[in-house]
Design a protein around this ligand. Structure first.
Ligand code: SF4
Length: 364
């Protein structure tokens, strides 16, 4: 593709199907080439245009020049002791890195995907926010996380593929809205990553305009909201976003989301000892959510050494769940996965040696 006499390359994996169709038409090719090429990339795991045998050979050569493919790069891989959780440190073309976490459940493989390098939201308990936001990820960089996990699973797990996604890694997905929506559309496309919308969860710290926009997108993904407190004083002390979108506004947006999409909203609640884990907090939470279509996911905090916050005793976690359940709120305690592999989001990236090397302890 010529722009003012200079060759400019195109990132094929960062295009939506419509954008890709436009790209091929601008080359004088039929629009259907877009779906052919994207299917090779996402469904058939082609690493080079040469593999795309239903694309004419001269076009393959031209594509290699104008839209060179960069395969997903895994800088480090870390497997939990139980072997059911694998964390990947993915290298990006500009030298940055993000994490993705693969979890093996009895219902299939689930991947936690990052949507930004770092995060601007600065939640007090989170490693990803410690260095601030570096940049948004492109849709292709999110797709690459899935492709890398699929490649790894193909080798280690008898060709299994990722069957559900949670956009819950580093970053706030609703502040990288357009790229995340492009990614979701490619993920749910049956000739793309082939993961149904009902198996995709978008997790937000509570960006109300984004929630309301997502509700009207026509994609029935599950909305997961990091609530973490039942009152504004407690929530503002650990989540800066609460200053912009206080709890009453947030819960109202979630009720709207459930009404518009028919999907139950999940509230994530990280239990932090002495901060938000008392029976009184549980009672306030139950009162606030009563009568709404929701589920509460209780997560005993995965401690991040830099933050100083600690996890409550398991009896306090159980007591918190019992208060919610006795008040008619569906609540579960999240199964522990990934202990011993820096499972709190952002920890592997932060512990990476400066200069880009993988940690010695991480078998790649
Ligand atoms: S918890 Fe999520 S929104 Fe908050 S700082 Fe971490 S990555 Fe960002």
């Amino acid at each position: 593709m010529w722009f003012g006499g200079m060759i400019s390359t195109v990132d094929m994996k960062s295009m939506s199907r419509d954008e890709c169709r436009g790209f091929f038409e601008s080359m004088g090719e039929p629009g259907y080439r877009a779906d052919q090429v994207l299917e090779w990339l996402y469904r058939c795991r082609a690493l080079s245009y040469e593999d795309m045998t239903n694309v004419p050979r001269p076009l393959r050569a031209e594509l290699a020049e104008v839209a060179p493919l960069r395969p997903p790069e895994v800088l480090a891989r870390s497997v939990s002791q139980g072997g059911d959780t694998t964390k990947y440190l993915m290298g990006l073309a500009d030298g940055n890195a993000v994490e993705a976490v693969l979890m093996e459940h009895d219902y299939g493989l689930s991947l936690c995907v990052s949507s930004q390098v770092g995060c601007a939201m600065g939640c007090a308990f989170c490693a990803s926010g410690l260095g601030g936001l570096v940049r948004d990820l492109t849709c292709g960089e999110m797709c690459d996380q899935v492709l890398a996990a699929n490649d790894d699973a193909a080798e280690r797990l008898d060709g299994a593929r990722v069957s559900s996604l949670v956009v819950m890694g580093s970053g706030e997905p609703l502040l990288n809205y357009d790229n995340v929506i492009k990614f979701i559309r490619l993920a749910k496309w049956d000739r793309g990553l082939g993961i149904g919308a009902r198996h995709i969860t978008v997790s937000t710290c509570g960006i109300v305009p984004g929630i309301l926009r997502l509700a009207r997108e026509g994609i029935p993904v599950t909305l997961s909201v990091s609530l973490h407190a039942p009152d504004d004083a407690t929530r503002s002390s650990i989540m800066k976003v609460n200053e912009a979108y206080p709890i009453s506004t947030l819960v109202k947006a979630c009720v709207d989301y459930a009404e518009i999409t028919g999907r139950r909203v999940t509230y994530e609640y990280a239990l932090i000892a002495g901060v938000n884990d008392s029976p009184a907090h549980a009672g306030r939470l139950a009162g606030m959510l009563r009568g709404t279509l929701c589920h509460v996911n209780l997560i005993p905090l995965n401690p991040v050494p830099e933050t100083g916050y600690v996890r409550p005793a398991s009896c306090a976690v159980d007591a918190f769940a019992r208060v919610l359940q006795s008040r008619g709120i569906e609540a579960t305690i999240r199964r522990e996965m990934g202990s011993g592999i820096d499972a709190a989001c952002g920890q592997l990236r932060r512990r990476r040696a400066p200069g880009g090397g993988a940690k010695e302890a991480d078998p790649v």
